[in-house]
Design a protein around this ligand. Structure first.
Ligand code: PHE
Length: 339
């Protein structure tokens, strides 16, 4: 038995030392320590020993086992280190190698205008909110004092989805949603996409508006004027003049259209402003008390004003673009020029 053990030990140590991958190392482990393993078989044979022989052989078995186990562990570590080194070598990255050209993107000109308008308004205490692009007839028209069959519906050629739902034609729908939700006083702006069946070089079926609404006690046309003058001066720079012309919107009374001195020629007259020196920027007005009441706001206590510049027009002016459709084609050559 003693010889058998020593022979196993010698054989095992030899085999372990010549082994050089984890898989065959594992096979060896099974060969010696497994259920049918060489050492296990010897241990089973200890039953037949005499009580005197048992402790001597027992000690020897322990010694052999420890020997094999520690050589096994050493070998295992050695192989793991070697395999890791091999892996690191094969996956090495040369960080000094020149990289592929990585093109830098930029914000879309429309996004830039929206961001600038939002920043200007946030500075003045407005909160930026969003509304759905698929809107009900009620929010888009009815609650804005544009009832069924009202001729004002003809001002906007709409895309209906069902009888009750349409692609919103104006961000003014968000005014109603916010009035229903909030308790005055509040100030919100809401940029977003709007849709009308309209298409030429300055109109696209999908376009952008930037709605603003202020509800408070004692607000008036004068507040609207100061606010818009501040906003437009911040947008176009000092020296910008504005011009308020009477207009009509069913949800504001009185209503105005606001022009600014043409930022291209400074008011001298050029192709952009068709020689007039002015550019039409936005519609605005004092919120019609009927509209306040429909959304649950006490029109005796509160007044409001609203404004709604078209965003695309601003982006076109700023970038000297004459065809609006270019903005939405995603042609990389065009976008590269807009950086
Ligand atoms: N929603 C109007 C339009 O699309 C613009 C507007 C907004 C007018 C807010 C008055 C107040 O033409």
């Amino acid at each position: 038995m003693k010889e058998k053990l020593l022979q196993i030990k010698e054989e095992a140590l030899k085999e372990f030392s010549s082994c050089d991958d984890l898989k065959s190392l594992n096979d060896l482990r099974v060969k010696y320590f497994g259920k049918q393993g060489a050492l296990t078989v010897v241990l089973k044979g200890m039953r037949d020993l005499t009580p005197q022989e048992r402790p001597i052989i027992g000690a020897l078995v322990n010694d052999v086992r420890q020997n094999i186990e520690s050589s096994f562990a050493k070998k295992e570590e050695e192989i793991a280190t070697k395999e890791l080194a091999k892996k690191l070598e094969s996956e090495k990255i040369d960080i000094t190698e020149p990289s592929k050209d990585c093109e830098k993107g930029s914000f879309h000109p429309i996004t830039r205008v929206i961001d600038r308008l939002s920043d200007i308004c946030v500075e003045m205490g407005f909160e930026v909110v969003q509304g759905p692009e698929i809107e009900s007839d009620y929010y888009n028209f009815e609650a804005l004092n544009i009832p069924q069959n009202h001729p004002a519906r003809d001002m906007q050629d709409s895309f209906y989805i069902t009888e009750k739902f349409l692609m919103r034609t104006q961000t003014s729908a968000v005014q109603v949603r916010e009035m229903e939700k909030r308790k005055p006083p509040f100030k919100i702006v809401s940029p977003g996409r709007t849709y009308r069946n309209d298409s030429d070089s300055t109109h696209s079926p999908m376009f952008h508006q930037f709605e603003g609404l202020v509800i408070d006690e004692n607000v008036s046309m004068a507040d609207l004027k100061i606010m818009l003058n501040t906003m437009l001066t911040k947008l176009f720079g000092k020296g910008t003049k504005t011009r308020f012309r009477p207009s009509f919107f069913p949800f504001t009374e009185p209503s105005v259209e606001v022009d600014v001195t043409c930022p291209n020629c400074g008011g001298e007259g050029c192709r952009l402003c068709k020689g007039t020196g002015w550019l039409e920027m936005l519609g605005a007005g004092v919120v019609n008390p009927k509209v306040l009441e429909m959304s649950g706001i006490d029109s005796k206590k509160y007044k409001g004003f609203a404004f709604g510049p078209g965003v695309d027009r601003l982006a076109m002016i700023e970038n000297g673009v004459t065809d609006l459709k270019l903005m939405f084609k995603n042609d990389i050559r065009f976008l590269n020029q807009m950086k």
